[in-house]
Design a binder for this molecule. Structure first.
Ligand code: A3P
Length: 302
């Protein structure tokens, strides 16, 4: 794999600079004390992780993290286990004030770890549940392009569209290779504890996706509950609400100071058609599209 300076690599994946290579390699997350009712949202970057978390928070109001007033962000498990530094000062304050370990149950957490670096054995042993979100990678690249231009003052981006496409294809972006990240979460033996949802199905039928999640968690919802989820997790509702979240910090994402929310941008399916040239799309299809179908027919790809 083409290495990028300052980006640790472990198990063939590239990570954001905050991740600690030694902790990843020694599988530090294995020693995290999981509980049987833990729910963890996992996904490749820009796949709709934040939206899915907000949906889960709107589905049930008893998550441990909701007892902590303003700290609305679900806790990033990676930050407590395999990071060597925090994204920024405010984030550090948040993470140190509300540690995943101390959260009352039930805990809603999130992680970007690939399945091969996640303690998948605890899923079965403890009954921990993972909800993995995937998204058409062409839309991920578009979302990444806009996000990295402002994230950490552009440290992860040249701001060039062609370079964004190329670096994704050449596995020079954080968490790539994407195909492996998605595919590894389909590995055998964890099916009962991992629910797969897609960004596209959430857009197409959010009430249906919410019911599917409620079945998986065995926590039934009323029609009124589902209506509330749909109403409170629209792009518009999340745009303003999430700006108040500590996770959107101007040190981490300078545009937040100007009232722009990088975690909630356009929120549509198919924006790639406005960005990819025919040649870029064909190259993508030959390098990534050809592999996707052989992994699982439910992985979104267009
Ligand atoms: P776009 O940049 O394509 O708009 P993540 O949370 O994993 O970083 O994903 C960010 C993507 O999810 C962004 O995609 C963002 O706009 C989209 N998103 C966030 N909230 C959403 C919502 N309520 N409905 C639809 N898409 C949403």
């Amino acid at each position: 794999m083409a290495q990028k300076e300052g980006y640790p690599e472990a198990d063939g994946y590239l990570f954001l600079p905050q991740y600690d290579k030694a902790k990843l390699e020694s599988r530090a997350t294995d020693s995290f004390n999981f509980r049987s009712d833990d729910v963890i949202v996992v996904g490749f970057l820009k796949s709709g992780n934040t939206w899915l978390l907000e949906v889960l928070k709107a589905m049930y109001n008893d998550w441990g993290l909701q007892k902590f007033g303003g700290a609305e962000a679900a806790m990033l498990l990676d930050e407590r286990t395999v990071f060597n530094s925090h994204f920024c000062r405010k984030h550090e304050e948040l993470v140190e004030a509300i540690k995943c370990e101390d959260l009352p149950s039930p805990r809603l957490m999130r992680s970007h770890l690939p399945a091969t670096l996640f303690p998948c054995h605890v899923l079965k042993e403890k009954g921990v549940k993972v909800i993995y979100i995937s998204r058409n990678p062409k839309d991920i690249v578009v979302s990444t392009y806009y996000f990295y231009k402002s994230f950490l003052h552009g440290a992860c981006s040249t701001g060039d569209w062609e370079e964004t496409v190329q670096s994704f294809l050449e596995d020079r972006q954080p968490l790539t290779p994407w195909v492996r990240h998605v595919g590894d979460w389909f590995q055998k033996g964890i099916e009962d504890n991992v629910l797969h949802v897609t960004y596209e199905e959430m857009k197409r039928d959010l009430p249906g996706t919410v019911r599917k999640i409620a079945d998986f968690l065995q926590r039934p919802l009323t029609i009124e509950d589902i209506d509330r989820v749909v109403r409170t997790t629209t792009v518009d509702a999340m745009q303003s609400r999430l700006l108040k979240m500590l996770i959107v910090d101007e040190e981490m994402v300078p545009k937040a100071a100007k009232g722009e929310n990088p975690f909630v941008r356009k929120g549509v399916v198919g924006d790639w058609k406005n960005h990819f040239t025919v040649a870029q799309s064909e190259l993508f299809d030959s390098k990534i599209g050809s592999k996707v179908r052989s992994i699982n027919p439910n992985i979104p790809y267009q």
